[in-house]
Design a protein around this ligand. Structure first.
Ligand SMILES: CC(C)(COP(=O)(O)OP(=O)(O)OC[C@H]1O[C@@H](n2cnc3c(N)ncnc32)[C@H](O)[C@@H]1OP(=O)(O)O)[C@@H](O)C(=O)NCCC(=O)NCCS
Length: 338
C-alpha cells in the first residue's frame, strides 16, 4: 500500500523501519558504503531550504498477525525546486521486481505533473539495478560524474602537510568549522558566483548569493550535517581566492562528503586547490576522530581537479549519473504500460 507520508509527524518506528530498508539497499547495491545511523534521520528527511518542498510517500507491508505495523518496504520523495522535481526512490531488496518501484515513481510523477512541474531528474548510481529501472521507464542520461573515495588510513600525513603549505606568496588559509564567519559571507558568495567549477552534482544547486548561502548552511545544520570550510584569502584584496567545503553527516559520520571546491579564475596556478584540500584533511583528522573516508564527485571532463584528487589519494569508485524525463511523458508512459 502506497500512502503519502510526512517524516515530521511519522512515528519513530516508521523512521527506524525506513532506515532498515535504506541500509538493506546499501548492503545490496553499495556494500562498501557505511550503513546509516538513526541520529537526525527525521530531520534529514524533513528539512528543506526556504522555497523548496519535499513530498514523500511510503509503501508499507501488511500488519503482522500480532497487529504490529508492517515494515516500510519502499519510499519515494520528490524535491520540488524551480521547475524541476528531483526524485529519490528506494525499494527493499526483498520486495524488488514486483512493480513497486514503478508504482512509487508513478505516484510522485502524478503529483509533480498536477503541480505543473515540467521535468523530473534523478541521481542514479552506476552498476546498480537502478540504471536498468530508470532506462526501462524512459529516462535519459544527461550527465555522468565519477565518485571517488579517499581512505584516510592510507594517507601520508607528512606529505599532506607539505601540500597544505605549498601555496603562492600573498595568500593565507583559514579553517572554519560550521561555515564561513559572517564577515566573510559576502566574499564567499562572490567566489561561488564567479566560478561554477562545481564538484557537486548538478541536482544539488550551489548557493551564489549571501542570503541563499546562509539559508543553505542553516538547512545543513538542521539536517544534522556539519559543514567544514577551508578558505584561501588573497591578502592584498581580502577576497576569497579559493574555498573547499566538506560535510560530516550525523547519519554516516565515518564517511564525509566533499562538496564544492572552487578556485577563482584570477587566482589559479598558485597551488590553491591542492593546499586547501590538504589542509582540510589535516583539520578533519584532528576534529572528527571517527572519520575514516571522504567521498567526492567530479565531472569526468574536470581533469585538473581529478589530478589533484589522485595526488591526495582519492580512488575512483562508481559512476554517478543524472537522468531526467519530461513529467507528462513519464506519466503517460507508465499509464500506457499498465
Ligand atoms: C531501482 C529500484 C527502485 C527498482 O525497484 P523495483 O521495485 O525492483 O522496480 P520494478 O519492479 O517496478 O521494476 C520496473 C522495471 O524496471 C526494470 N528493472 C528493475 N530492476 C531491474 C533489474 N535488476 N534488472 C533489469 N531490469 C530491471 C524492469 O524493466 C522492470 O520491469 P519488469 O520487472 O516488468 O521487467 C530498486 O532496485 C532500488 O531501490 N534500488 C536502489 C535505488 C537507490 O536509490 N539506491 C541509492 C543507494 S544505492
Amino acid at each position: 500500500m502506497v500512502r503519502e507520508w510526512d517524516p515530521r509527524t511519522a512515528s519513530s518506528a516508521e523512521i527506524a523501519s525506513l532506515l532498515d530498508t535504506l541500509n538493506a539497499v546499501l548492503a545490496a547495491d553499495l556494500p562498501q558504503d557505511p550503513p546509516w545511523r538513526e541520529i537526525s534521520m527525521r530531520e534529514y528527511l524533513a528539512e528543506v531550504m526556504p522555497g523548496e518542498r519535499r513530498i514523500s510517500w511510503v509503501a508499507q507491508a501488511e500488519k503482522a498477525a500480532d497487529g504490529s505495523p508492517g515494515a516500510i518496504l519502499g519510499h519515494v520523495h520528490v524535491l520540488l525546486l524551480g521547475d524541476i522535481g528531483v526524485l529519490e526512490v528506494l525499494v527493499h531488496p526483498s520486495a524488488r521486481r514486483t512493480g513497486l518501484g514503478r508504482s512509487l515513481v508513478l505516484t510522485a510523477a502524478r503529483r509533480a505533473y498536477q503541480e505543473g512541474f515540467q521535468s523530473i531528474g534523478v541521481e542514479v548510481v552506476g552498476d546498480t539495478p537502478a540504471i536498468a529501472f530508470y532506462e526501462a521507464l524512459g529516462f535519459s542520461k544527461e550527465f555522468v560524474e565519477t565518485r571517488s573515495v579517499l581512505d584516510l588510513s592510507g594517507v601520508d600525513w607528512a606529505e599532506l602537510a607539505e601540500m597544505a603549505t605549498g601555496i603562492g606568496a600573498g595568500y593565507h588559509l583559514e579553517f572554519h568549522p560550521g561555515g564561513p564567519p559572517d564577515e566573510l559571507i559576502d566574499a564567499y558568495a562572490r567566489a561561488k558566483a564567479e566560478v561554477r567549477d562545481v564538484e557537486d552534482g548538478e541536482l544539488r544547486p550551489s548557493s551564489y548569493d549571501p542570503q541563499r548561502l546562509r539559508d543553505s548552511l542553516d538547512c545543513l545544520h538542521r539536517r544534522g550535517m556539519k559543514p567544514y570550510i577551508v578558505l584561501a584569502l588573497h591578502e592584498q584584496t581580502g577576497e576569497v581566492a579559493g574555498l573547499t567545503e566538506v560535510v560530516v553527516p550525523a547519519q554516516h559520520p565515518t564517511r564525509a562528503d566533499q562538496y564544492d571546491t572552487i578556485v577563482v579564475q584570477d587566482h589559479r596556478g598558485y597551488g590553491i586547490d591542492r593546499a586547501i584540500k590538504a589542509r582540510m584533511l589535516m583539520e578533519l583528522r584532528s576534529t572528527e576522530a571517527q572519520l575514516a573516508e571522504v567521498q567526492t564527485w567530479n565531472a569526468q571532463a574536470n581533469e585538473a581537479m581529478l589530478k589533484v584528487n589522485a595526488e591526495l589519494g582519492y580512488r575512483p569508485d562508481r559512476e554517478w549519473c543524472e537522468y531526467s524525463i519530461d513529467v507528462a511523458e513519464l506519466v503517460h508512459r507508465i499509464d500506457a504500460g499498465r
